[in-house]
Design a protein around this ligand. Structure first.
Ligand code: GLC
Length: 541
């Protein structure tokens, strides 16, 4: 059986969810404590970012042991209790598998460094580095001890890329997935999984920092088929998603079309680069609505036509909060949060909610560089200064773009540290927590709107299964699409601007039924006025 398209996923960054020990770091028991809350929200699956032993140089994406629990987060018993208790709440777990690279503290790398040839072949070692740029800044190669060779690290220098061409590496990776499957886990999120298939001969490429040379290589699809067969492909149900960096529709259709037996669905990030100047992240730019709309339409229709499947999201642990990027959050936080939610939850794909999104959390608004801890942000800060930017400009960029924006403690209540921890949090809580917190928001408009969206997807095959058609493609303000299934239709209109916008509603929809809106008293007339950040879904059956 393939995965259940009625399901909605909720992402938890364990480090920042709920600390039960007072050490300032969230833990697995904290997640157990909050399961009733998640059940009330209505989500089906929780994706947990890595909680495995790790030096935490990249917050757990630098894994030093794939089949254990980092004591920082608890014990294997805690994990088992979490998995069992979650099931009782109707929730499945999805674990994060970081199979493209491991920490240089992993015993494989340590043995390789000590001269063990078997393990040297686990890594990508070359006599001459290519010109590729690491995604965290600087050249992507570092000296491999004093051997005169270099090892590849597409991310931090402590995250060494694994050599998937070596069958022993693949076996080890399959074992990792199977270890967690034996514990009853059926959901997997595969980190940067479209980068695992490197070519035999690695070539220089000054374009896009070298990305075309190591991304979406044909052999990547072969490796995913092998992984599928050797592990999760044997399960009934479950859900798999691959994080695809710098990808395209053609490859994403291949990764996620059920006939190919690779993955259930894919994340892509093109829509989250519409506020990058010249494609560069560390810049300041108001988001380009035209670009966002066009990307949603081409991906929505392309994936639909190729029978691929997308994970739908605006927020995750690598992105600043969407409310700060796409919405006039000072004046329209509630309207904006609900509009953004409708624009993906009613679309074709599987919606992902990132912790705190359901209560309208915003960026922390830190006032000093000392508050940031993310390795990518700290590197970028140095690089921007070195490139001649002023201190103020640099700080403004970090403030807007840092990954720490979404990693701040979950805001539970107005008590110190947002009710996250009684100790000193590893990352400071956002300034907004006295107002924006679960206690205040749970009966409020945003949370209840999310509950409704999750419920509608379960009740209506039109939402979970319908095809995607772009609508109002020429609109400068409205992102709209239609869903169609067995003669039924749903028109979803989303006003992305803080002002009224009038549109012409086709005659058939004027007789339709308002399925959902984030404003009251909607009348379906020919000249329809959408209010600031209004979202409106009209059903025709
Ligand atoms: C993915 C993760 C990110 C991590 C990187 C390297 O993009 O989401 O947090 O830093 O991979 O593992």
């Amino acid at each position: 059986m393939t995965f259940d398209k009625k399901q909605v996923v909720y992402q938890i960054y364990p480090k920042s969810y709920k600390d039960t020990t007072g050490n300032g770091v969230g833990d697995l028991r904290g997640i157990i404590e909050k399961l009733p809350y998640l059940q009330e929200l209505g989500v089906d699956v929780i994706w947990l970012n890595p909680f495995y032993p790790s030096p935490q140089r990249d917050n757990g994406y630098d894994v030093s042991d794939y089949t254990a629990v980092n004591p920082l987060f608890g014990t294997m018993d805690d994990f088992e209790e979490l998995a069992q208790t979650a099931k009782k709440h109707g929730i499945e777990l999805m674990l994060d598998m970081v199979l493209n690279h491991c920490s240089t503290e992993h015993e494989w790398f340590q043995k390789a460094l000590a001269g063990d040839q078997y393990y040297q072949d686990f890594f990508i070692l070359r006599d001459h580095p290519t010109d590729w740029v690491s995604k965290f800044g600087g050249n992507a190669w570092a000296p491999f001890g004093d051997t005169g060779k270099y090892y590849l690290h597409l991310f931090d220098v402590t995250q060494a890329d694994l050599n998937w061409r070596n069958p022993h590496v693949r076996e080890e990776m399959f074992k990792v997935v199977n270890f967690w499957r034996k514990k009853g886990v059926k959901g997997f999120r595969f980190d940067v999984i479209n980068l695992i298939g490197k070519d035999e001969v690695l070539k220089n490429n000054p374009n896009f920092d070298g990305k075309p040379e190591y991304t979406d290589r044909p052999i990547n699809h072969d490796y995913l088929k092998m992984l599928n067969q050797a592990s999760f492909g044997q399960d009934q149900g479950g859900m798999t998603v691959g994080e695809m960096s710098f990808t395209d529709i053609e490859n994403c259709v291949q990764y996620s079309n059920p006939n190919n037996k690779e993955l259930d669905m894919v994340f892509n990030f093109h829509h989250l680069k519409v506020d990058y100047e010249n494609g560069q992240k560390w810049t300041l730019k108001t988001f380009d609505f035209e670009e966002l709309k066009t990307l949603f339409h081409t991906w929505g229709e392309g994936m639909s036509a190729g029978d691929g499947w997308s994970a739908l999201f605006y927020n995750n642990h690598d992105q600043p909060r969407a409310l700060n990027r796409f919405v006039d959050v000072k004046n329209f936080r509630t309207e904006g949060a609900t509009m953004l939610a409708a624009s993906i939850h009613l679309s074709r794909g599987t919606p992902y909610i990132y912790m705190g999104e359901e209560i309208g959390m915003i960026d922390p608004d830190y006032d000093s560089m000392a508050d940031y801890v993310d390795v990518e942000s700290l590197n970028a800060y140095q690089e921007l200064l070195a490139a001649g930017k002023s201190e103020n400009e640099t700080f403004a960029i970090i403030q807007a773009k840092s990954r720490d924006n979404s990693r701040t403690p979950m805001q539970w209540d107005a008590s110190p540290n947002a009710g996250f921890s009684t100790g000193t949090p590893w990352l400071k809580a956002g300034r907004s927590y006295p107002e924006i917190n679960v206690e205040n928001e749970k009966s409020g408009q945003i949370f209840t709107f999310y509950q409704t969206l999750i419920k509608l997807r379960k009740e209506m095959p039109l939402i979970s299964e319908g095809v995607y058609k772009a609508a109002y493609q020429d609109s400068k303000k409205i992102y709209a699409f239609e869903r169609q299934l067995d003669g039924q239709k749903l028109l979803v209109l989303n006003n992305f601007f803080p002002e009224n916008v009038t549109i012409q509603l086709p005659a058939d929809y004027q007789t339709g039924k308002v399925l959902l809106s984030n404003y009251d008293n909607v009348e379906l007339t020919e000249n329809l006025v959408l209010q600031p950040y209004q979202s409106l879904a009209i059903h025709l059956d």
